[in-house]
Write a protein that binds this ligand. Structure first.
Ligand code: HDD
Length: 662
């Protein structure tokens, strides 16, 4: 993290790790903090007890409204480093000085669930980053899916009402609702493409550092000469894009509701930052109409094979917060927080977003001065004539608060664009006022089909099963509606499968999209694979030796794996106390499992956990005298290897995330 950011945080820190007297909020040291002031030891409490009143009043007011969407989040500090100058596209300083490091704060989130919900529901993930640039804060408010549910922001409240728990019984929590969501989807088919993403494995990221990020909306980059390019922003995770299985997700949510946040927290504490590269897809303004879809349509992605992603810099999230509420909960993002050289397109979803985010902070953070909260403050100087309001924490000196002025030499003074003042892109706009949408937005199904065309067999099967699961929770009327209005118009095979699985009616006529294109970049099989940060649970019986433990740990840790020893108790073997028991963890919480025994037999929970790891297609290693008698698999099967003789094979299986062809 840059020095500047550290200094800024320093100013607003109360360090409770240092010795300090306990005081009231007025600074009065108190001699006692356990007993309220009473008339006699067994008598009534006195109203004059200002300390009791202050403490309880503060407590009563400790909660703020959670975000209306993206309520459950996890924030991390870091920095962004630019690889090379992008001055041909933009004049944004943080994108034009090669090697420039900009402090950032990123908040990952789920969308539908409340603040206390689980980490791995089937849901979209938010990926919002605040860049504290020298020209003001720039926010890239992204998701882990490149498209959105609707084309116009006026539909957002309807979609959110439909996707959140149903209004009469508040079921289901965290995932998309049943009847209401699918009713909305079937009656608003522009959602078709996004729903394919939501039913895919992308909705179940293995880790926040193993998912892509997409700015979704089309933005504009403007260079010093005033030339504009349309742009889509991407985050590419260096650890590759990987997901857990649906069955696994459901078990993880039960075993460790904090799975994703704990993973990133622990990785950072262990010196493994979450790393992503920033990518840009750029289309010159004059090529606006060259694609077979409208580039202002947020339900369409720009296939990476047609518009390559240019990698321009690296995000390294390397520092955990000091305080969740102060930083993660109070951070306020807004796609309208831009810097010179970054501007908007007429994407009708983006246009509505530009209103919504400040508006929501006013209620959530209690007034117009939320930009003064330390996590939201720019680190460059800022000044204007806005004054007062709830929670004003600056003391503005001087006798004027108006523009223009003579009394204060016209300070603070607007800067010309040449000196760095923001200038809106001089786009020519004309038209009649209409409530309508361009015909170029009318194709709802081609890219939904393209997404399906692009998946590998296991990914496709997971998507088929996800549709069947989700629609299986709906009333028959809704299942039939979704099949008729949505699925049958995307893919007949998918429609047949879901109809068969859910007992719904297969529409008589095949109306599937005939769009034949596929985009290999959309399959997670074509992503990067890395061993770093992968985890292994090592089941041992108490009769293994300490030497075996030491040797196993060091050879696995040497390769970057994170190792936990598991047994029926946290046995002490030599000087080593085992890390976990079959109750405190489970194989669903690890990327891979190893089992090592002495002469004793495997206990029942070990067998159960190994079977589940096998079912979830995880790499399984073994050593010592393991007997496979009670297991449904054995030595020699794909993804089952002896770590004493074939460690490299085991490590390669772990690195490749799953043994799909087992
Ligand atoms: Fe939004 C939060 C991403 C469409 C209105 N949005 C929010 C967050 C992310 C996104 C990552 C969480 C920020 C944080 O961590 O604090 N939203 C998106 C993306 C969209 C999108 C990628 C499609 C391109 N959003 C969208 C629309 C509207 C909103 C169309 C309203 C018209 N979004 C909000 C909001 C939230 C929000 C209500 C809730 C909390 C907040 O803003 O600060 O204003």
């Amino acid at each position: 993290m840059s020095k500047k950011k550290d200094e800024l945080r320093q100013r607003d820190t109360i360090d409770n790790t240092k010795e300090a007297p306990l005081t009231t909020n007025q600074g009065l040291p108190m001699s006692e903090d356990e007993f309220s002031l009473k008339a006699g030891e067994r008598g009534p409490t006195l109203m004059e007890d200002f300390h009791l009143r202050e403490k309880i009043t503060h407590f009563d007011h400790e909660r703020i409204p959670e975000r209306v969407v993206h309520a459950r989040g996890f924030g991390v500090h870091g920095e962004f480093e630019l690889y090379e100058s992008l001055e041909k596209y933009t004049k944004a300083k943080f994108l034009t000085e090669p090697g420039k490091k900009t402090p950032v704060f990123t908040r990952f989130s789920t969308v539908a669930g409340n603040r206390g919900s689980m980490d791995i529901p089937r849901d979209v993930r938010g990926f919002a980053t605040k860049f504290y640039t020298d020209e003001g804060n720039y926010d890239l408010v992204a998701n882990n899916m490149p498209v959105f549910f609707m084309q116009d922001a006026i539909k957002f409240p309807d979609m959110v009402h439909a996707v959140k728990p149903e209004p009469h019984n508040e079921i289901p929590q965290a995932a998309s609702a049943h009847n209401t969501f699918w009713d909305w989807v079937a009656t608003n088919t522009e959602s078709a493409h996004m729903v394919m993403w939501l039913m895919s494995d992308r909705a179940l990221p293995r880790s926040y550092s193993m998912m892509e990020g997409f700015g979704v909306n089309t933005f504009r980059l403007v260079n010093a000469e005033g030339k504009s390019h349309f742009v889509k922003f991407h985050w590419k995770p260096l650890e590759g894009t990987h997901s857990v299985l649906w069955d696994e997700a459901q078990l993880i949510n039960g075993k460790n509701i904090d799975f994703n946040r704990q993973t990133i927290w622990e990785n950072i504490e262990n010196g493994h930052p979450a790393e992503f590269e920033l990518g840009l897809q750029v289309i010159p303004e004059e090529d606006e109409f060259e694609m077979d879809f409208d580039i202002l349509d947020p339900t369409k992605l720009w296939p990476e094979e047609d518009v390559p992603v240019q990698i321009v810099g690296k995000l390294s999230l390397n520092q955990n917060v000091d305080n969740y509420f102060a930083e993660t909960e109070q951070v306020a993002f807004h796609p309208g927080h831009v810097v010179p050289g970054i501007d908007f397109s007429n994407d009708p979803l983006l246009q509505g977003r530009l209103f919504s985010y400040t508006d929501t902070q006013l209620i959530r953070l209690g007034g117009p001065n939320f930009h003064q909260i330390p996590i939201n403050r720019p680190i460059c100087p800022f000044s204007n004539n806005q004054r007062d309001g709830y929670h004003q924490s600056y003391i503005h000196k001087g006798g004027t608060a108006h523009h223009k002025n003579h009394m204060n030499n016209n300070q603070p003074e607007p800067l010309s664009p040449e000196k760095g003042g923001y200038e809106h892109y001089n786009e020519k706009v004309e038209g009649r006022k209409v409530r309508a949408r361009s015909d170029s937005f009318k194709d709802h199904f081609s890219q939904a089909k393209m997404f399906l065309n692009s998946l590998s067999d296991p990914e496709k099967q997971h998507l088929y099963d996800a549709f069947s699961f989700e629609l299986g929770k709906c009333d028959m009327e809704i299942r039939n509606l979704v099949l008729k209005e949505l699925i049958n118009k995307i893919d007949r095979d998918l429609a047949e499968y879901v109809a068969d699985q859910t007992g719904a009616e297969l529409p008589a006529e095949n109306e599937e999209s005939t769009y034949g294109k596929s985009s290999p970049a959309l399959s997670m099989m074509n992503t990067d694979f890395l061993l770093k940060t992968r985890t292994v649970g090592v089941i041992v019986t108490p009769d293994v030796t300490e030497d075996t433990l030491d040797e196993t740990r060091s050879k696995l840790e040497d390769k970057g794996l994170q190792v936990k020893f598991i047994s029926d108790k946290m046995h002490k073997i030599g000087n080593t106390v085992l890390d976990e028991t079959f109750d405190t963890v489970h194989s669903v919480l690890f990327d891979s499992m190893i089992v090592i025994t002495g002469e004793s037999e495997l206990p029942a929970p070990a067998i159960e956990q190994l079977e589940i790891a096998y079912k979830h297609k995880k790499a399984i290693g073994f050593g010592g005298n393991v007997s496979f008698d009670k297991l449904s698999f054995s030595d020699g099967e794909k993804g089952v290897s002896n770590i004493e003789t074939d460690l490299d094979i085991f490590l390669d299986d772990v690195k490749h995330h799953r043994v799909w062809d087992r």
